[in-house]
Design a binder for this molecule. Structure first.
Ligand SMILES: *Cc1c(COP(=O)(O)O)cnc(C)c1O
Length: 354
């Protein structure tokens, strides 16, 4: 049975978190002589002299309404990458407990595990990039703390059905982390819909992709209040800066702008999906629920160089398991996609090998 108490690292459990000045006093009126700030103002502009809200309540209120969760079920990170790192740090004892990932998948999981000296167990996806929940469960043991499921999966683009997440969560004493960075581009329901049923699911989303806010670094975690409290305890006190909190809030007042971009990206994705299969250097086009398409090519390294020479930068994923000769193409604007398609069409069928 899952018991959160059993999987929190002892040092985290014992920790008294840093109480920042703004944690202790919540009012906004008064003479603030508590945080050693500049009382006159900010050289950088309005109100930037004050430390931001450590728990970002104003922004969380908006997100809670949008996602249909409670404010205290939300954890915000400096990019969702920070959320992933904090999960590993909170629940995996270095060298002893491990995470489980399902390659080919997002590279950051293994990098943050390595930074934290946490071993990584791998269960490869099937050839069609579907996930075998039985295989994952068979690989789980007493020292497995986190299972990472990426859906839609990066770099393959496919959804991992909620059914697999459910089955793993049901039979696992650790936490299933469902990374939904590309959820906005998919039409299937989010794993957030499972949170009330499963105390050991943690959903990650981001403002970096569909919202077009990658530079601001704003990632979201959704889970039980108890799990969120553990992360709050260990996070850097002011991990979300004031500009990001303000612009995040502002963006949520204008969701339709995001929605229309998402619609256009989906339309362009479809156009690329239809056009790519007839291009000679493309040997397979994988289905995608994300804003990118994985393609198998006649030779990834040579094609990648050819495109780069034309100043078209794509991602070479050929070294990922199950992805030999594969490139990942982000869906661009209509004219960018046209340029890409033209370049691919004019790729010589027998490029010089060098
Ligand atoms: C892009 C991406 C992220 C995002 O990260 P941020 O730190 O929020 O920019 C997370 N997970 C996956 C799978 C991604 O592809």
């Amino acid at each position: 049975m899952f018991r959160l108490e059993d999987i929190i690292r002892p040092n985290v459990k014992a920790l008294t978190p840093y109480a920042s000045a703004r944690d202790e006093f919540k009012g906004s009126e008064g003479i603030f002589l508590d945080a050693n700030e500049n009382p006159f103002g900010s050289v950088a502009g309005d109100s930037m002299n004050r430390y931001p809200d450590p728990l970002q309540w104003k922004l969380k209120k908006e997100i809670a309404g949008w996602k249909g969760v409670k404010e205290d079920q939300i954890f915000l990170g400096n990019g969702s990458d920070e959320v992933l790192d904090l999960l590993i740090r909170a629940f995996c004892e270095p060298k002893i407990q491990h995470i489980l990932i399902t390659p080919p998948t997002y590279g950051v999981y293994a990098v943050y595990a390595a930074v934290n000296d946490v071993p990584v167990k791998k269960v490869q996806l099937n050839e069609d990039f579907s996930l075998d929940a039985g295989k994952v469960l068979a690989a789980i043991d007493d020292s497995t703390r986190l299972v990472f499921i990426c859906s839609p999966n990066n770099p393959t683009g496919n959804i991992i059905p909620l059914e697999a997440t459910r089955r793993i969560a049901e039979n696992f004493n650790g936490i299933v982390v469902v990374d939904e960075a590309y959820a906005d581009f998919a039409e299937t329901p989010s794993a957030i819909s499972l949170l009330n049923e499963y105390p050991n699911i943690f959903v990650v989303q981001t403002f970096s992709k569909a919202w077009g806010m990658a530079a601001l670094r704003l990632g979201m975690g959704f889970a039980s209040r108890e799990i969120v409290q553990v992360l709050n305890k260990i996070k850097p006190p002011y991990n979300i800066n004031a500009i990001t909190q303000q612009l995040g809030w502002k963006a949520l007042q204008n969701q339709s702008a995001k929605d229309s971009w998402v619609a256009e990206i989906r339309t362009e994705r479809k156009r690329l999906m239809d056009a790519l299969p007839s291009i000679p250097c493309i040997t397979h086009v994988y289905p995608s629920d994300a804003n990118f398409i994985l393609v198998k090519t006649t030779g990834a390294a040579a094609l990648y160089r050819y495109l780069t020479d034309k100043q078209i930068i794509v991602r070479n994923r050929a070294s990922e398991p199950g992805c030999s000769e594969c490139l990942r193409l982000t869906v661009g604007t209509p004219s960018e996609n046209n340029t890409l398609l033209e370049a691919l069409r004019s790729y010589p069928s027998n490029p010089s090998k060098n």
